[in-house]
Design a binder for this molecule. Structure first.
Ligand SMILES: Nc1ncnc2c1ncn2[C@@H]1O[C@H](COP(=O)(O)OP(=O)(O)OP(=O)(O)O)[C@@H](O)[C@H]1O
Ligand SMILES: [Mg+2]
Length: 203
């Protein structure tokens, strides 16, 4: 049987990586095969693109270039990692996926959610997530959780981060069967319990 493809989305500092680890632990202790990956990156080629996208200090890509590089990293990840794992019966947990592009490049950068959908639909095809957890939180709170050096996108203005949140909620409304919102202002344990409540239904 094919594995389930689960993606975790939300703004910077929402708790995605924290929850991906907890979900993986939970699934492994239930005897499931699990693979964790992330975007951008997750492949050797994709990690190079990630460095290019996130390191501050170089010339910033124009929004169109940014959108295409994210898409390139995603195409590589689907073919090299996600599809083979799912076909082999492994569940895949992905820390950000296409909905981040729809929210950041489509909405917050103003390229249009539909435009980003078209670029990505071209190669995602059969590999849309089975379920997507959207960690929703006021960016003022989530950004305040980041006590490390900020990357290029995290250095954006609070206005930008507010548009990202708005974008995610619009995308959720476009895919109400696939995307489930979880209140990420709660403690990590409460957030985790809410996520497990959702994931149990598809396993
Ligand atoms: N529910 C929570 N409440 C308070 N702090 C949290 C919560 N979840 C995670 N944190 C803390 O907030 C910080 C950011 O969490 P994490 O790295 O999981 O977020 P992220 O969404 O993966 O961020 P990024 O987008 O930067 O990768 C970490 O220090 C983490 O320990
Ligand atoms: Mg993270």
């Amino acid at each position: 049987m094919k594995g389930k493809f689960i993606t975790i989305e939300g703004p910077d500092g929402a708790g995605k990586t924290t929850q991906v680890r907890k979900i993986a632990q939970y699934l492994k202790s239930a005897g499931k095969n699990v693979l964790i990956t992330r975007e951008p990156g997750g492949t050797a080629f994709g990690e190079k693109l990630r460095d290019t996208l996130l390191s501050p200090g170089i010339e910033s890509p124009v929004p169109e270039a940014e959108a295409l590089i994210y898409a390139a990293s995603r195409a590589q990840l689907i073919k090299k990692v996600i599809a083979p794992a799912l076909l082999g019966g492994t569940h895949v947990l992905c820390d950000r996926f296409v909905d981040s592009s729809l929210a950041y490049q489509g909405w917050a950068r103003g390229l249009g959610i539909q435009t980003i959908m078209e670029i990505n639909s071209w190669f995602i095809q059969d590999w849309w997530p089975d379920i997507t957890i959207l960690l929703d939180v006021d960016p003022a709170l989530s950004i305040s959780r980041l006590n490390r050096a900020r990357d290029r996108l995290e250095r954006e203005t609070m206005d930008f981060h507010k548009r990202v949140r708005e974008g995610f909620l619009k995308v959720r409304d476009m895919f109400p069967e696939r995307i489930v919102t979880v209140d990420a202002s709660e403690s990590p344990e409460k957030v985790f319990n809410a996520i497990i409540g959702v994931i149990k239904n598809i396993l």
